[in-house]
Design a protein around this ligand. Structure first.
Ligand code: CTP
Length: 399
């Protein structure tokens, strides 16, 4: 259909980027990136009308997004060349041909297009040997300034390499390392870097990707003071082992923060503040980090030694899901199991028959802090399994 709309306006239309790459690899991809030669905006308006889609235009960038009723999103761009007045600044945009549009992209494997106009429908445009690189499982940049112009591509290279089990090509590796060493990552906004970093953490093989980032000296550049040692890797591995369970259990775990606990545990306050400002870390996280830093060793011992659930409960009040993942980073598999049992029991345990009001009435007491403490004792006894639902009141009476 998109090709036909192009024909109606006499405009060449292509599908490009990740969609083409994934199509050739046999992977599903619902991200539709369309490039139109000469005039993407008119094409987008025309297509939006015909498809009864909602249109959002970004005139300045000559791009638009179509939102179809079935939820599909189609991004439309005008074929363009970008040139950079200064590295890492936003590029200047100039209308051009599909070939030049593809050349400004990050890697060969992302720089293919398929023509959609009826005459050449399905024609694959591969100007830079991308098919061969796909066959050889190689991530290769298109030109020597690629990482200087957009240093976030350093992280993207690692993401694609680990996702597809490819290898970053030798020359590309050199260019990445040079850009890192010349300080180009520091020129990118923290927000963009964090976004790319978070995308890496969403990959199933994120742990391997972090190792690669450290090979390219990205970790210590992005997070000054973080040294990717064997010990750190072990902790991250334990965290990675625990994560699937935690994500299922808590529903949502922000991997970024879970990893930040491990990265920043030895940082002093000033260093933490700097990283907080750069990457927009929440104050809640920083407070929890400061607290957990002090508690992590005793806490992991309490769990490894399988102390009572009530002891763990008292030490972990207010800890976030990410904080629990950090604790798990310190635990061997058996102790992680104990932590899971604790969290499960914690969630199940509720006071069924007693609450503050009932105690006040039944024993003709004035509301006070002591009652709160008493309720806490009942709760702990239930957590430890020393009383069950029916024994709640008996326990209170005895006290
Ligand atoms: N692109 C680029 N440089 C970047 C980001 C994107 O050249 N820093 C180009 C690539 O051609 C990429 C396309 O824009 O294929 C779309 O970007 P994006 O949606 O981020 O990546 P995908 O390749 O679609 O990857 P993913 O599967 O992760 O969505």
């Amino acid at each position: 259909l998109l090709g036909r709309f192009g024909d109606e306006l006499n405009l060449p239309v292509y599908i490009v980027g990740g969609f083409v790459r994934d199509l050739l690899m046999g992977n599903p991809n619902l991200d539709l990136d369309v490039v139109v030669e000469r005039d993407g905006l008119s094409f987008a308006e025309h297509a939006a009308k015909r498809l009864e889609a909602t249109l959002v235009k970004h005139e300045k960038f000559l791009t638009a997004s179509l939102f179809l009723k079935d939820g599909t999103r189609i991004d439309v761009a005008t074929a363009r060349t970008e040139y950079y007045e200064a590295p890492t600044e936003l590029p200047q945009v100039e209308v051009s041909t599909i070939k030049k549009d593809l050349y400004r992209r990050d890697f060969t494997i992302n720089a293919m297009a398929i023509k959609l106009n009826q005459k050449d429908f399905g024609l694959l445009l591969d100007f830079f040997g991308a098919k061969k690189d796909l066959e050889n499982k190689v991530v290769r940049c298109l030109h020597t300034l690629s990482f200087v112009e957009d240093p976030t591509r350093i992280l993207r290279a690692v993401r694609f390499e680990t996702r597809f089990s490819f290898r970053i090509e030798e020359r590309t590796s050199q260019l990445m390392l040079e850009a890192v060493r010349q300080g180009y990552l520091e020129k990118v906004s923290g927000q963009r870097l964090r976004q790319e970093f978070e995308k890496i953490l969403e990959e199933p093989k994120w742990l391997a990707a972090l190792k690669r980032l450290s090979d390219f000296e990205v970790i210590k550049r992005m997070f000054p003071g973080v040294f990717y040692t064997v010990t750190m890797e072990q902790k991250l591995r334990s965290l990675a082992d625990f994560l699937p369970w935690a994500e299922e259990f808590f529903g949502n775990v922000q991997r970024f923060y879970a990893v930040m606990f491990v990265f920043l545990e030895y940082h002093g306050d000033t260093a933490i503040e700097e990283i907080k400002a750069r990457y927009g870390l929440s104050s809640k996280f920083v407070d929890e980090l400061k607290l957990l830093k002090k508690m992590i060793v005793p806490l992991s011992k309490v769990i490894s030694n399988k102390l009572n659930f009530s002891d763990i409960y008292k030490m972990t009040k207010g800890i976030s899901p990410e904080g629990f993942c950090y604790i798990a980073a310190y635990l061997d598999p058996e102790s992680q199991e104990y932590l899971k049992q604790f969290l499960t029991k914690l969630r199940e345990t509720k006071l069924r028959y007693v609450d503050g009001r009932i105690i006040v009435q039944k024993f003709a007491l004035k509301p006070s802090r002591l009652i709160g403490e008493l309720l806490e004792e009942v709760y702990c006894a239930k957590l430890d399994g020393s009383i069950d639902d029916d024994q709640e009141m008996q326990f209170v009476e005895k006290k």
